[in-house]
Design a protein. Structure first.
Lengths: 478, 322, 219
């Protein structure tokens, strides 16, 4: 009898094997969608099923919701990719030969992310993240233009360094746990480590956390470790940008938070809060300012991702039930919103045949429905009510204000700066004289609209079930 | 003076003269091995002695611009190097003046000798002398800190800076394969090569302007002065070989209280190790090419880095052992 | 047993020395040889740990490290360098002397960090941890101060060598880790091999400076 958590990992991997064997990309695209739908079903099953703690896998409040979101966004991204990639082949930017591996790699990447999410073994968590990262590296270089290769190479180098440092941190955690829990598997099991954290050597835990922060922080996109992010988003295919921003950053942050929970168990170890606050703020404000200079639409939203990840890290650094709740909510909302933004960007790029802002103008004239959707998506990510992102940002700001009034000025300032940039660009893009070509848009609008609906719904009314989930997870975070 | 004290005194004197006597032989062995490996006959082993005797008989020609420094430097250099070489424990470790054989004193003596040589090289005002002196000081700037770190590492390991104490410590400790000591060994070999003007740092037989270092400094010397300087460089080579043996391969060395028998065994062990070292040096010189001068700082920098790591590791493991 | 500890410590020290040797080299071929030497020493260290601590699964890791990183990868890289006609000298960001000094500072840093850990927590593994951390940091340094794509990959692989050494020193870390490390090496090699060829297709050099000229971040 197969367990829910096993299904959520095995289904994508099995699908990857099947898809690698399929010759035609059209069948592959359909297969991709089906496999993602199955994975989503498995994710829902996991969410509704009981919580377990095994020696290799853990299912608790903290990760069920993320698995569900992961599989949902994977499903919608597969939908989007199926229609999007067809257009790319028509315009000649991609050749069918690659696409069979594209779909297989897509599924393998989803499987690896799910593996990282449900793993109780810190080694397995690392393996999952590393596999997902390496697969995205290959996919970023898919277009094989010089810029794509350079972006993929930069991503590869930085991500590999980050992963190696994170691995070293993992070894150090094992070394810390070994005298307390004994050799072998128990010292690699997160739940046991967390329970025994108070007996572990604080200096060793400090060292471990520093390495883990730098290592996984690189994957989260914290400044100054973010250098790979803009290029990777800009040069890779749009479905991959959506998955990177919406999912991979979240999974990396999740891993970081698991270790933060570990540190919280040892009072004499250094408090990760202040470091995370500082790094979060630096990312937030730096990215907000960088938004003004961007002339490529995908790079623009990549910096927006850095900004939001910075905000999340800041929230988790603040700690406490409200801030954690807000951070978790923001993780979920950002995941949905940012992926819908990238879906919209994909449509826009196909509509205008370019990614440069200077050539994307007057969408309300040429593509009215797309313009509306895009405008709504940008307003959502800018943090306007009634979208869900507003709720989480508002919560973060108010809880910070309640605890450290002066500190709250900084994220507020960063968010305002980002807001300004977003509105500025939105105005240029939607209104103004249309320039350049106006192609038909082939890609499906369903994913984008669906995500926006979800975010809107969450902003208006968050079901008590979800509230309870978030609250319990926030308590776990400490 | 008691008989015992007299014997001790004689033993110490014997060490002094033993070192002096064996030095030309060591250099002869190196040259012979090099020549044989290059498929030449090579000069006979005793050629070093004959060269020194020849030079002593010859007239010493001085430049008109030579000062008192130029005339007295060879004597001072020879004396300093001889004292330093005589202090390194060779066949026995607890001889009469061993309290003076401090590693720091050793470095100081050698440094003083080198400074005098560099000054003498510049004294006459020729360009070759200037080249030699400046290159020599560049090498010294890099080699001496490394040397200090090496001896300090060994002193930390042994708990004393007396060479005899260090030797005793390494005799007692059974083949401790410690990383810090291995790193010190590598660093000391590099420094020894640099200080003795051996390939890859300097070629002892070249007289090309591009490649000379040591030879350039002594180019103006002749007759008995040159004999003294040649003897000093032979003694220096013997000193370094003896130092390496004493620190890293001290088996066979007689402890302090051993009698004549122990000393004889010690002498046999030491001389055979020394000559073996000289032969190995010959093999090494044949197998490697001389480095370009601008790469020397990197090469010596390696010695410095290894010596630093050695001392860091020694410090760390000392902390762990406590 | 003290001798076992001394020998494993010695092998780790040799790995550190070879890491410095990597930084010191001026030619790509020499860098690759130094990397091969480091990987072979790693294989020896892992094999010794397998024998002295009675962990036969580590013999597999040692064999993988030896074959893959000691033989196959250096040979493949040698061939790549020859075939791509890459400029044989290593383009440097900082000179050898400065790189060595910074490497020394990193060694000191890892010692300083490790000294704070109480001896009872990591036991004898403390020294090896310091050495492994130093090797990781030196590999990282190599990636930063050398501008050639091949040497960047070599630097990354020597970082991985340090990681494997650290994992070996951590007694009892399950096989999962060793297999995953070997696996990731495989993937990394695949990715890098693909890229070096793609880069060559697009440019005529694998100097990172030339790649940087295509930086799109100003868009």
């Amino acid at each position: 009898m197969i367990e829910a958590y096993q299904a959520v990992v095995l289904v994508p991997y099995a699908a990857a094997l099947v898809l690698a064997a399929l010759p035609s990309y059209r069948i592959g695209a359909v297969g991709n969608v089906i496999a993602s739908a199955l994975a989503f079903a498995a994710g829902l099953w996991l969410m509704l099923g009981p919580q377990t703690v095994g020696s290799y896998a853990i299912v608790d409040e903290f990760n069920v919701l993320f698995v569900a979101i992961n599989t949902l966004v994977g499903f919608t991204a597969a939908l989007f990719s199926a229609s999007y990639i067809g257009h790319e082949i028509e315009t000649g930017r991609l050749s069918p030969g690659f696409l069979r591996f594209y779909h297989a790699m897509f599924q393998a990447m989803m499987g690896s992310m799910n593996l990282a999410l449900v793993a109780n073994n810190i080694g397995l968590m690392w393996v999952g993240l590393e596999l997902a990262t390496l697969i995205t590296v290959v996919m970023v270089g898919l277009y094989r233009t010089p810029q794509a290769i350079e972006a993929a190479w930069k991503y590869f180098i930085l991500a590999s360094v980050g992963i190696s440092l994170a691995f070293f941190g993992t070894i150090l955690v094992y070394l810390a746990g070994q005298p307390v829990l004994g050799e072998g598997l128990p010292s690699m099991t997160w739940s046991l480590l967390q329970a025994a954290a108070a007996r572990m050597d604080p200096a060793l835990l400090d060292l471990a956390f520093i390495f883990l922060l730098i290592g996984y922080g690189t994957k989260v996109g914290l400044a100054p470790l973010h250098a790979w992010l803009p290029d990777a988003h800009a040069e890779g295919p749009t479905p991959i940008s959506a998955v990177l921003s919406g999912l991979l950053l979240n999974v990396a942050l999740y891993a970081l938070l698991r270790f933060k929970m570990l540190m919280a168990g040892q009072p004499s170890a250094l408090d990760p809060g202040p470091i995370m606050i500082v790094m979060g703020l630096v990312s937030l404000i730096f990215a907000a300012f960088m938004l003004y200079q961007r002339r490529d639409i995908k790079r623009f939203f990549a910096y927006s991702s850095i900004e939001h990840m910075g905000l999340m890290v800041f929230a988790f650094g603040m700690g406490g039930p409200l801030a954690n709740f807000a951070g978790l909510l923001h993780m979920a909302m950002h995941s949905l919103t940012k992926s819908s933004i990238f879906f919209a960007v994909g449509h826009v790029a196909q509509a205008k045949g370019t990614q440069r802002f200077a050539e994307i103008r007057g969408l309300s004239v040429t593509h009215p429905r797309l313009a509306v959707a895009f405008a709504l998506a940008v307003l959502a990510i800018a943090g306007l009510p009634p979208f869900g992102v507003f709720a989480s940002e508002f919560l973060i700001l108010t809880t910070t204000f309640a605890r450290q009034p002066w500190l709250a000025l900084l994220p507020a300032f960063g968010l305002l700066v980002g807001f300004g940039a977003l509105l500025l660009r939105l105005q240029d893009t939607i209104f103004g004289e249309p320039v350049g070509p106006a192609h038909r848009v082939d890609a499906s609008s369903v994913p984008m609209v669906m995500h926006l609906m979800l975010v809107l719904a969450a902003g208006l009314y968050l079901p008590p079930v979800l509230v309870g989930w978030f609250r319990r997870a926030a308590e776990l975070l400490g | 003076m008691t008989l015992d004290a007299a014997i001790q005194f004689l033993a110490q004197g014997a060490q002094m003269f033993l070192v002096l006597l064996i030095a030309p032989l060591a250099v002869g062995v190196t040259r012979r091995v090099k020549a044989r490996l290059m498929r030449r006959q090579g000069a006979p082993l005793m050629q070093g002695y004959r060269d020194l005797a020849k030079l002593l008989r010859k007239e010493s020609v001085l430049a008109e611009s030579a000062s008192w420094l130029f005339r007295t430097a060879p004597y001072l250099i020879f004396a300093l190097t001889w004292v330093a070489a005589a202090l390194v424990p060779s066949f026995a470790s607890g001889l009469m003046f061993n309290w003076a054989a401090d590693v720091v004193a050793l470095v100081a003596l050698l440094g003083a000798a080198r400074a005098l040589l560099a000054l003498a090289g510049m004294d006459v005002g020729t360009s070759f002398g200037g080249i030699g002196s400046s290159r020599e000081m560049m090498i010294a700037t890099l080699a001496e800190p490394a040397m200090m770190l090496i001896v300090l590492t060994l002193a930390i390991a042994a708990g004393t800076t007396r060479l005899a104490g260090v030797a005793d410590f390494f005799i007692a400790e059974p083949l401790a394969v410690r990383v810090s000591l291995a790193l010190s060994l590598v660093a000391l070999v590099i420094v020894a090569l640099a200080e003795n003007a051996r390939i890859p740092v300097d070629n002892p037989v070249t007289h090309l302007e591009l490649t000379m270092v040591h030879e350039a400094m002594v180019l103006e010397y002749s007759g008995r002065h040159l004999a003294l300087i040649e003897a000093a460089s032979m003694l220096k080579l013997t000193l370094y070989l003896s130092l390496l043996i004493c620190l890293f391969a001290p088996f066979g060395m007689a402890p302090a209280a051993a009698g004549i028998g122990g000393w004889l065994i010690g002498t046999a062990a030491w001389s055979s190790k020394l000559l073996l070292g000289a032969a190995l040096l010959g093999v090494w010189e044949v197998s490697i090419a001389k480095m370009r001068v601008f790469r020397l700082p990197d090469f010596l920098g390696v010695a410095f880095v290894f010596a630093s790591i050695a001392i860091l590791l020694a410090y760390l493991s000392r902390g762990a052992a406590e | 047993m003290k001798l076992a500890y001394e020998i494993s410590h010695l092998l780790a020290g040799v790995m550190l020395v070879v890491s410095f040797a990597q930084l010191y080299q001026q030619r790509i071929a020499a860098v690759l040889n130094a990397f091969a030497a480091q990987s072979i020493t790693l294989a020896l260290a892992v094999a010794w740990a397998a024998w002295s601590e009675d962990r036969p699964d580590l013999f597999i890791t040692a064999t993988i490290a030896f074959l893959l990183k000691g033989v196959l990868i250096p040979v493949a890289l040698h061939r790549t360098v020859t075939r791509l006609g890459v400029h044989r000298e290593v383009e440097k960001v900082v000179g050898v002397g400065m790189a060595l000094l910074v490497g020394l500072a990193l060694c000191g840093l890892s010692q300083a960090l490790v000294v704070k850990i109480a001896p009872v927590s990591a036991g004898l593994a403390r020294d090896e941890l310091a050495l492994a951390m130093a090797i990781v940091l030196l590999g990282f340094l190599m990636m930063i101060v050398r501008r050639n794509a091949v040497t960047q990959v070599v630097g990354f692989m020597s970082m991985e060598n340090g990681l494997i050494l650290a994992a070996t020193g951590a007694q009892g870390m399950p096989l999962v880790v060793e297999v995953s490390v070997a696996f990731s090496v495989l993937i990394a090699l695949f990715v890098f091999a693909v890229f070096v060829f793609r880069i060559r297709e697009r440019f005529d050099t694998i100097d990172i400076e030339a790649l940087d000229r295509m930086r799109g971040d100003r868009r």
